[in-house]
Design a protein around this ligand. Structure first.
Ligand code: ZN
Length: 199
């Protein structure tokens, strides 16, 4: 069984590795952040944003929740969005979903309850909107995979309509919204080619 010491020991070893490679790394980090990317991903432990994108601390501003949902009534994601777009002025927002997403899978069935059930409600709407396509998929696996993709595509659309993104575009700022999906089986990110830039 793991203990908290595992994390503390891991942290010390990481600091040593980083300092060996770049002695002034933490000194530089302490000066402030200037990330180009906002990453909105799933809370799943197998999809750690900085690891799968192979980037250093300071390169991604990150928000993760179950099934990477961007809800207009979620103060958490909306605050992250406001800060990233209006203050940090990121140039790219990435919605990153993943195949095999437990939240997406739960929204396909009816076994959830309580808060998670409420949280997943937007996914049920997405399912209903795409019911014809989803229920004509060749297999259950294909239906699940496509629903994971459609969730990312719909969240990209939600983001493009958000007031902070619209405001940035109105000001003529460089800002693009992208949809990616991660494969747990291969470790690869796929671009769903639904990027949207200023209008
Ligand atoms: Zn997930």
């Amino acid at each position: 069984m793991s203990t908290i010491e595992k994390l503390l020991d891991g942290n010390k070893a990481w600091v040593e590795r980083v300092k060996n490679k770049q002695p002034d790394f933490f000194e530089e980090q302490a000066k402030g952040q200037n990330p180009d990317f906002l990453w909105i991903g799933c809370a799943d432990s197998r999809v750690p944003s900085n690891v799968v994108a192979d980037v250093q601390p300071g390169e991604l501003f990150v928000h993760r929740n179950i099934a990477n949902i961007v809800s207009p009534t979620d103060l958490n994601v909306q605050s992250v969005l406001q800060y990233a777009v209006m203050v940090l002025e990121v140039e790219h927002i990435v919605i990153c979903g993943h195949y095999g997403c437990g939240g997406v899978g739960a929204a396909m069935g009816d076994e959830t309850e309580g808060v998670i059930d409420q949280w997943l409600e937007p996914l049920r709407s997405i399912y209903n909107d795409h019911r014809a396509e989803l229920e004509h998929m060749g297999s259950e696996q294909e239906r699940y995979d496509r629903f994971c993709e459609l969730n990312v595509i719909e969240q990209v659309a939600h983001l493009s309509e958000s007031r902070f993104v619209r405001q940035a575009w109105k000001e003529g700022r460089e800002l693009s919204v992208h949809g990616l999906i991660y494969s747990l089986e291969t470790g690869l990110l796929k671009n769903l080619e639904v990027s949207v830039s200023g209008t």
